[in-house]
Design a binder for this molecule. Sequence first.
Ligand code: ADP
Ligand code: GN1
Ligand code: MG
Length: 355
Amino acid sequence: MEQIHRSVLSNFALVSKPLTSERYGSGHINQTFLVKCENGACYILQKINQRIFTRPDLLMHNICAVCDHIASRDPDPRSHMTVVSTADGSPLYFGGEGCWRVYEFVKDSICLDKAESAEDFYQSACGFGNFQRMLSDFDASILYETIKDFHNTPKRYENFIKALEKDPLGRAKNAKEEIAFALSRQKYASVCTDAYKAGKLPLRVTHNDTKLNNVLLDKTTRKALCVIDLDTVMPGLSVNDFGDSIRFGASSAVEDEPDLRKVRFVPKLYSTYAKGFISSCGGSLTQDELRMLPWGAILMTLECGVRFLADYIEGDVYFHISKPEHNLLRARTQFKLVRDMEEKLNWMTETALSF
Ligand code: ADP
Ligand code: GN1
Ligand code: MG
């Protein structure tokens, strides 16, 4: 185990001596490590990305409150994440050139980057739908806004256009088609924010980063267990939580598939997810929310594409990359999915209203 990890972990109240730590998962933001201990216990060690989360103390306040709330609704220890404190009772350790936290590894769980069957995707919908339902009576006023304007799509466009104007590395010339695509869709970037302002969509407590690899399934039954990655739990729109899952999971390919011929929106996966999400939300979604679910899917996909493209142009300063042009590849898959969903908008609406 790296010396730095050994020294960081010595500050946390682990049940047994840590033996190994390995890079783990495929998150784009934090650095995550799986820690294995002498007695077989496992933990998740994370170095929080402080360029993005500038107030880790407020972030952990949100996370602890949400975990406690879910634990009070569902006594199963695998239904929620468990934060491990330091010896002096803090959920964070500052040192070792960073800010660190530790979670118990949710026992016998798996995490997928791509659903292996429609049933896996259905289960993830149940996980996120239950999460939404369990937080329906959570006091939103105690939550801090960890990232301002996180799903404000028009604002994301403003930032994208600023990046284009600066074009600090001269990369815009490599992405002419993608930039033209993004700009041609700016006209509908405000469909959901306008509906919220008009009082059609209610503000709820939402997860805001509902991709498949942010929910854990039981490794044997493959039923949904636990929603993770609570860094962006904030007041938000249910249609965005639905939409971000569709963006990532109702695709025939992974988010960074380089061969666009392999990237398609899969209607069957959309309807499977819609059924699971709507029923697990427990009848709480309004008719307007149901009607706007497809717009959540289109706009979360467009917004994510615009964010990847802006990051490519700015020099890959936000999302972790593992190859050159990684963010450009990611933007391309998102825009391909947007095109497919635009063609299917009427069908997507009818389907959402049919459950
Ligand atoms: P990021 O914000 O970088 O996406 P995540 O919090 O999603 O970081 O963690 C990255 C990965 O680590 C997850 O996709 C999952 O595979 C794994 N993971 C995180 N927390 C747990 C946990 N408590 N139990 C099991 N696996 C976890
Ligand atoms: C990031 O942290 P992770 O990898 O689960 C990002 C999301 C994006 C997603 C794209 C805090 O999610 O908003 O939709 O990448 N999280 C943050 O895969 O920006
Ligand atoms: Mg994650």
